[in-house]
Design a protein around this ligand. Structure first.
Ligand SMILES: C[S@@+](CC[C@H](N)C(=O)[O-])C[C@H]1O[C@@H](n2cnc3c(N)ncnc32)[C@H](O)[C@@H]1O
Length: 210
């Protein structure tokens, strides 16, 4: 979906006074980030801001990048209502580049083509500070056969191998499939009795002296 398509989705969500997804980050993102000392963070494809806002509320200096103007407007509003500051930037993650490096980079549910996902992960890896952490989460391809929700096009779904390969220059802490019970997890989609399968990459930049 292009930026106009996403703008339309966010516009509709705003008119319905609803959200497209949970207002809090994925539970595994929270778990990993909770163990890190706050520093500088970048959230790629930041959507309506849940990752960036949560991190900012925990003391991180956060930049959020998304190509949807409507998504960014929603994110700005949420940040103001939660009294946190985030540097929101409009950009296409396939071409956008920062002018600094980051202690933490997150990217959740960016579903573009396989080469674009891998390129985004490789580029993000190159922006990590020494010892920095990369967290990538997306809908796994196995959802097509035994899971729930997410895009139904295998060409834009994740696998652990896809992310592991893209992050090969980093120390991989884990690259795995993780399951969510959509009845209990605020992430959704709320489908009765359904398990959603995500791919998680957690990797660390290896400091030059390590
Ligand atoms: C499913 S949403 C996920 C939003 C957020 N990461 C989250 O987990 O709540 C996907 C987001 O990716 C953004 N997006 C898709 N392709 C993009 C691209 N090439 N550059 C920047 N943002 C993109 C969309 O605008 C949308 O906000």
């Amino acid at each position: 979906m292009d930026a106009h398509g996403w703008d339309e989705r966010y516009r509709t969500a705003r008119a319905d006074s609803g959200s497209l997804w949970s207002a809090v980050p994925h539970s595994r993102l929270r778990q990993i980030a909770d163990e890190l000392p706050p520093g500088t963070a970048l959230d790629l494809a930041s959507g309506d801001g849940r990752n960036a806002i949560w991190l900012a509320g925990r003391g991180w200096h956060v930049t959020g990048v998304d190509f949807s103007t409507e998504g960014l407007d929603l994110a700005r509003g949420h940040a103001v209502s939660r009294s946190v500051d985030v540097d929101w930037q409009r950009g296409d993650v396939t071409t956008w580049s920062p002018t600094r490096d980051f202690d933490l980079i997150t990217m959740t549910y960016l579903h573009v083509s396989e080469p674009e996902i891998q390129d985004a992960v490789r580029r993000a890896a190159s922006w990590l500070a020494d010892g920095g952490t990369l967290i990538v989460i997306g809908h796994d391809r196995e959802n097509l056969t035994r899971g729930a929700g997410g895009p139904q096009d295998p060409a834009i779904l994740y696998t652990p191998e896809l992310l592991r390969d893209a992050a090969s220059g980093l120390r991989i802490v884990t690259a795995e499939r993780i399951e969510r019970d959509t009845r209990a997890d605020p992430e959704g989609p709320p489908e009765d009795g359904a398990v959603a399968i995500d791919t998680l990459l957690h990797a660390r930049h290896q400091a030059a002296s390590a």
